[in-house]
Design a protein around this ligand. Structure first.
Ligand code: SAJ
Length: 418
């Protein structure tokens, strides 16, 4: 089938390349001409898609990348994998709307459109469908098919493969579900049909709300256990020995990334919009997680006070600036807020992160250094935000005058744990 994947980011590119590998003729469409150029040149910028895999499907002609919407004509299936950010706490669906208009203008009778972008329940039927119908003059269901299938990409997750992760599928009607299920059956080992797009939209949000709320639970526990004189890390590990009814989460300096700090707020916004009531768990979890960087700085200030040192003028090194361990992505990373707060207290802050590609360092306002023994020894305090595998933890322990360890990886008289 001729497949269009609209949006070639961390969700769209893995899907497009995999679909090409299993035999579909795939057009990877992205409005960003630089991205399209790099992909057409066989250069992957998505950590889970090696450039060698991209070049292989380019060479066979199974995959092509473009920013030219005219190349989308006559698609059998179009999958929308565009960003759905929050703007000032409000869901921004403009990328979906714009993409829907582009696809709608090229939608032929009998074709199918699937939305994968994370969004609140109702988006597929109440927003996407009307735009497709208006742009095409066709009727959803009778003239073309549509549905929702959430992405379950876990960047850098080596335990579960892309095709091995069960895929929820839904359709606006039985015929849509049938075609959409058939398409994803050709790519994924397991597809899970649900009764309609709203269920699939909600299921995706439940997955991330669950994670977001439980992380906030252990974050708040961390702030309470210390004054109670309890090692929260040891207590969580002890609780995790329970083989049922428990899922282990660990405290941290905050919750970053493009999924967790965003997706749950789509649901709490929709609940307020539609029902005029708060989704209390999500709003509370967001507040707890959002204030973890403040807690990190509070702990640092207390440590300086205990040592009779002012924070102002002190030299502080932040280790691990990306949003999660071993990730290369800086989006919504708590490190930015930690640095901002410390600088506002007059500290001289530097950052070190071997995972940040040289090209991405430009967006950093923080002076970047290498995590050398000299740099660490010259700091008044080191904060381990992300325990990347590429850090030499023993060297940090040995050379840092003081470390606030946000990941419970270090030990020693100079180490305090979050
Ligand atoms: N975090 C904690 N404590 C934890 C787990 C995470 O503080 O116990 C923090 C991380 O440091 C990070 C943030 O939360 O700042 C998000 O971490 P994450 O492990 O959830 O990583 P993400 O954002 O890449 O989440 C994605 C999600 N995948 C999708 O939405 C499709 C999530 O549902 C997956 O569970 C997760 O990957 C994964 O397991 O890798």
């Amino acid at each position: 089938m001729k497949v269009v994947v609209a949006g070639q980011g961390y969700v769209g590119l893995p899907l497009a390349v995999r679909a090409a590998e299993v035999g579909h003729r795939v057009v990877g469409y992205d409005v960003n001409t630089e991205r399209a150029r790099r992909l057409a040149a066989g250069e992957s910028y998505v950590e889970d898609v090696a450039s060698s895999r991209l070049r292989a499907v380019l060479d066979t002609g199974a995959y092509s990348a473009t920013a030219d919407a005219d190349a989308l004509a006559d698609f059998d299936i179009a999958v929308i994998t565009v960003p759905t950010p929050l703007r000032g706490g409000v869901p921004d669906l403009t990328y979906i709307e714009s993409c829907a208009r582009t696809l709608g203008g090229r939608l032929q009778p009998g074709a199918t459109v699937v939305l994968e972008s994370t969004t609140y329940p109702g988006t597929t039927e109440e927003l996407l469908l009307p735009i497709l119908e208006k742009a095409s003059g066709l009727k959803g269901g009778s003239d073309f098919l549509a549905g929702f299938s959430p992405e379950r990409i876990a960047p850098g997750n080596k335990r579960f493969s892309f095709e091995g992760t069960p895929k929820l599928v839904s359709g606006i009607d039985a015929a849509s579900l049938d075609v959409i299920k058939g398409f994803y059956d050709s790519i994924f080992q397991t597809t899970v049909p649900v009764s309609g797009p709203k269920v699939a939209e909600m299921a995706k949000l439940i997955e991330n709300v669950f994670r977001f709320v439980n992380i906030s639970l252990v974050n708040e526990l961390a702030t309470l256990a210390k004054p109670l004189g309890v090692n929260v890390w040891e207590a969580i590990d002890a609780a995790a020995t329970k083989p049922f009814g428990f899922t282990r989460f660990t405290p941290g300096p905050g919750v970053g990334g493009h999924c967790l700090p965003v997706d749950p707020l789509f649901l709490s916004w929709k609940v307020r919009q539609e029902l005029g009531v708060p989704f209390r768990f999500v709003e509370l979890a967001a507040d707890v997680n959002r204030h973890m960087p403040d807690y990190v700085v509070q702990r640092l200030a207390e440590a300086f006070q205990e040592r009779g040192m002012p924070v102002s003028g002190s030299r502080i090194l932040l280790l691990g600036l990306t949003y999660k361990i071993n990730a290369t992505d800086l989006r919504e990373s708590p490190s930015a807020r930690v640095a901002e707060l410390l600088i506002s207290l007059g500290a001289v802050v530097r950052g070190a992160d071997p995972n940040i590609p040289a090209g991405d360092r430009a967006e950093l306002t923080l002076p970047m250094v290498d995590a050398t023994a000299e740099e660490i020894a010259a700091s008044d305090a080191v904060v381990l935000l992300m325990d990347h595998a590429r850090f030499d933890l023993a060297m940090i322990e040995k050379n840092a005058p003081y470390v606030l360890d946000c990941r419970n990886r270090l030990s020693g008289p100079n180490v305090e744990t979050l």
